[in-house]
Design a protein around this ligand. Structure first.
Ligand code: SAH
Ligand code: SF4
Length: 359
């Protein structure tokens, strides 16, 4: 018998499968089993001919990931650590945004809503001073199947029906635009109406600001949303926090954002990690308002989440609120990221790191 040689079936878009599997409608059926029924064995794909099932079984594995551990937080978010076939591991988080509410006769008055935060690399090359993922260095780019597999396993593990609305954010480990090819492939697989059917407008790619890659992504016109991890309003501080700023400074990022195609009803999100005594003063807020002038932007303030040995401190709630009020008073939509999953070490890299320290 032939060995599994072509990797995972989750690496292929439907269009690619239609070229390999004949007749082409079989690819659509296969997509249904994989992405709507979350089936993880070819034997269960009853409407596929036996010979095709055997052929697929011999050539392609299904999900390349295994759940190593999961931690549930008191707010309902669940953080997963996934093991890869090569022995490496990375993480993803399920964040319930809205709970299902039923009235007295059992009718659903508010349906549940989920966001899944996924990783794009094991480790990261960017080396931000505040980030635990950076401490591990760079290990590898995730393949499309290792990216897609995160969402599939989380949906299956939580019995989330295929028609339930799910948002995707590329905000786990790694810099998605440093793994553009596989991330774009995953976006296409997520979007397929015969599969997970997650509209690109419900997928957000967060980047530390690789301007040339933002431009490339924009030119692909995928319709995905963009989040920029800005974190500082002047190049001097930003270089200290994020060394990548030496190559791509604030002006170059903002220029790339201005040219990025964005749905008329949507905005580019600017993430601003607030660190006590560093960037939470009103002078910074003032400069931020100036920088964002003319951009359809919204700002998300993030509390710095300390970890053992971290060089920075969490800001006070009062300072966060003052910063937020200043932006709002100057016409900028500004939210403060709820500290979802704080008790399970919410920020990227932190579960991985904790388990590594334990083991
Ligand atoms: N590499 C991409 C996406 C992954 S990081 C990026 O940087 O945008 C996801 C988010 O977690 C980023 O906004 C990052 O700044 C934030 N983050 C990293 N370390 C953190 C910490 N200790 N506390 C709070 N947020 C953190
Ligand atoms: Fe990489 Fe993002 Fe962490 Fe910076 S914040 S080191 S870009 S994962």
């Amino acid at each position: 018998m032939q060995k599994v040689e072509d990797g995972s079936i989750l690496d292929y878009t439907k269009e690619e499968l239609q070229k390999i599997i004949k007749p082409a409608f079989r690819a659509k059926q296969l997509y249904g089993w994989l992405y709507q029924k979350y089936v993880d064995s070819y034997d269960e794909m009853k409407n596929l001919p036996f010979a095709l099932r055997e052929e697929l079984k011999n050539k392609y594995s299904i999900n390349p990931l295994k759940i190593i551990s999961k931690e549930e937080s008191s707010d309902g978010s669940i953080k997963y650590l996934f093991g890869l076939k090569d022995g490496l591991s990375m993480e993803a988080v399920l964040l319930p945004m809205k709970k299902e509410i039923k009235d007295e006769v059992g009718k659903i008055v508010q349906s549940s809503k989920y966001t899944i935060c996924i990783s794009s690399q094991v480790g990261c090359k960017i080396g931000c001073a505040f980030c635990l993922t950076a401490k591990e260095g760079f290990k590898k780019n995730l393949s499309a199947s290792e990216i897609v597999g995160q969402v599939l396993l989380i949906k299956k593990d939580n019995n989330i029906p295929s028609n339930k609305r799910v948002n995707i954010v590329f905000m786990g480990m790694g810099e998605p635009l440093d793994n553009l090819e596989n991330v774009v492939k995953a976006v296409k697989i997520f979007s397929d109406p015969d599969g997970l059917s997650i509209s690109p407008r419900r997928q957000t790619i967060s980047t530390s600001g690789l301007s040339h890659q933002i431009k490339k992504l924009g030119e692909m016109e995928l319709g995905v949303l963009l989040a920029i991890s800005l974190h500082a309003v002047d190049d001097e501080l930003r270089e200290k926090l994020m060394p990548i700023n030496k190559a791509y400074n604030i002006a170059s990022i903002l220029e790339a954002v201005r040219n990025f195609p964005i749905d008329t009803r949507k905005r580019v999100m600017f993430e601003y990690l607030v660190i006590k005594g560093m960037n939470e003063d009103i002078k910074s807020a003032k400069k931020l308002v100036k920088l964002l002038h003319g951009i359809k932007a919204k700002v998300n303030l993030i509390y710095f989440n300390p970890y053992p040995g971290s060089p920075f401190k969490r800001p006070s709630e009062d300072d966060m609120k003052k910063f937020q009020s200043y932006l709002r008073d100057h016409g900028i939509t500004c939210t403060i990221r709820e500290s979802k999953g704080l008790d399970i070490s919410a920020a990227c890299g932190q579960l991985y790191e904790k388990l590594r320290i334990k083991s």
